[in-house]
Design a protein around this ligand. Structure first.
Ligand code: FAD
Length: 380
């Protein structure tokens, strides 16, 4: 391992910063994490649904102590119509605070330390915090959607922040092991109902006004129960520069979020593995290159799909939903919880679906404004 004596500072002790910290420790480094909160994992800003792979395919074993429930599929709703996707044991519901706390065990973390500014000096970086200044040879921004490292060091990005709001409610769910997703506008305005287990559900919305939308949804559907907890947070959707000299971003700080579901834990964890490998090789450029090989195409296809759907007329959206509903068994068969472009490709290349795609394209072509808006907002 090269450069073992390097002073490495990771800003942010969320799941991705902690996982990276564990990998670096495994490799013989001694990273320091700076965390603005007084404890790990709180406040929770997450619905806590993760694919099974997160506990099976990682380089550092992630404790299963946080698992609260198992998910066997979803009920998908749009405009009064719905369908079911059955996929046995496809995901887990986790207690995010416990998940993060387990990941942080044994790491060197300075709490109540808010990084205000990162400045590059000749040989490294000075991090200005409310607790004084820190020096680092290598600085990693794992500090979430509003990353101070990203802003201070002027990493370029092309992203939009979406907002999420969620209640944990004491309530028996309609489905014990199935998630409900209610789309108003795929994938930028939707509500989820997640059975946490033990007679508790998580109901949350992503939308420009998630608080109002969520309360409206709960009232409409008639859910009544004691609110145990309220969670709110931001979701960065887009693309971002990953490496600048001896600084790098990872996780939400780097927009490593699935554009279709807004899940970020898996991508963040997998990206941290690539970053740890690059640090071991003393070549941060390797992180940038490997990340592009592994994720860039997937993210760009999903961003494009998201942009197209966000700009679509409701009538065409209804057709798209019917089309997806008619092909639900295909999605059940080939759907991958972490990789969504495989579903898009298999739908596009299925000859049975050509007539539907043809009429969709005709419908879109009649609306030049839509094409213009989609192209202008497409990721570069
Ligand atoms: C409402 C909502 C629901 C979600 N649901 C899911 C889901 O079901 N599944 C899923 O996979 N993903 C979900 N996500 C996304 C997921 O929460 C994130 O992708 C994940 O938390 C990213 O981890 P991270 O470590 O990169 O960032 P974060 O979890 O944001 O951690 C960043 C850490 O940095 C600290 N920090 C920030 N700024 C500073 C600073 N200046 N100085 C010091 N410390 C700082 C923060 O306190 C925090 O501890 C959801 C997000 C939201 C908002």
């Amino acid at each position: 391992m090269k450069g073992a004596n390097k002073k490495i500072i990771i800003v942010g002790a969320g799941p991705v910063g902690c996982y990276l910290g564990q990998l670096l420790k495994q490799q013989g480094f001694d990273p320091l994490l700076l965390e603005e909160h007084a404890e790990i994992g709180r406040p929770v800003q997450c619905a806590g649904i993760v694919g099974r792979g997160i506990f099976e395919e990682t380089r550092f074993p992630i404790s299963q102590k946080s698992i609260q429930n198992t998910i066997d599929g979803s009920h998908v709703h749009f405009n009064g119509s719905s369908f079911v996707l059955n996929r046995g044991r496809v995901a887990y519901i986790i207690d995010r605070a416990v998940f993060d706390q387990e990941l942080s065990k044994g790491l060197r973390v300075e709490f109540n330390t808010h990084v205000q500014q990162v400045s590059q000096i000749k040989s490294g970086f000075i991090l200005k915090t409310n607790n004084g200044e820190y020096y680092a040879d290598l600085v990693i921004g794992a500090d979430g959607p509003n990353s101070r490292v990203r802003k201070s060091l002027e990493f370029s990005s092309d992203m939009k922040l979406y907002r999420g709001y969620q209640y944990r409610i004491k309530l028996e769910p309609r489905h014990q092991n199935m998630v409900e997703v209610h789309y108003v506008k795929p994938f930028s305005l939707f509500t989820w109902v997640i059975p946490e287990g033990n007679g508790t559900v998580r109901i949350g919305t992503i939308s420009p006004n998630p608080y109002q939308e969520l309360n409206g949804f709960i009232e409409k559907i008639g859910y009544k129960g004691e609110v145990l907890e309220k969670n709110a947070g931001a979701i960065p959707i887009g693309t971002c520069q990953l490496v600048k000299g001896q600084a790098a971003l990872v996780g939400d700080a780097a927009c490593q979020i699935k554009p279709i579901t807004s899940g970020g834990i898996y991508y963040g964890i997998k990206s941290a593995e690539l970053l740890a490998e690059a640090i071991k090789e003393n070549d941060l450029g390797l992180y940038d290159r490997r990340w592009k090989e592994e994720f860039e195409q997937e993210i760009r296809i999903c961003l494009l799909t998201r942009n197209v759907l966000e700009n679509m007329d409701d009538n065409v959206l209804k057709k798209v939903f019917t089309y997806v509903k008619d092909n639900a068994t295909l999605i059940e068969k080939i759907g991958d919880f972490e990789n969504h472009s495989s579903i898009l490709w298999s739908l596009v290349f299925n000859p049975r679906t050509y007539p539907t795609i043809g009429s969709l394209l005709m419908g879109m072509a009649k609306n030049p404004k839509f094409i213009l808006r989609s192209l202008l907002r497409s990721p570069r």
